[in-house]
Design a binder for this molecule. Sequence first.
Ligand code: FES
Length: 115
Amino acid sequence: MSAEVTFWPSGKKVTVKRGTTLLDAARRANVLIQTRCGGKAACFMCKLTVLPGSELMPISDNERRKLAGLDGEGIRLGCQARVDGKVEVKVPLDPLKAAIARQLARQAEQDEPLW
Ligand code: FES
């Protein structure tokens, strides 16, 4: 059986086999998710926000322990969470892009005209 995963904010979709990790689905969809540990649940760089109504396989004890309560806020590790049906996830901004966006926002605040 297959499952459809949609990655936001790009809206890219991919159809994968049930049981595929979100990280593998992202790779197939050409969605960049940074990792450092190679999918061993050690770096936390693959954290994703799973939107309500998404169908994932039950969280493992290991992932739950690593997330330390964040799973209750919809956060999952892309390298551990496995799809079980239709899934929608929000991918955080690349850290470099996020830093540039923060700097530009700060600069825009400082450059506001006084009148
Ligand atoms: S890839 Fe490192 S924690 Fe998921």
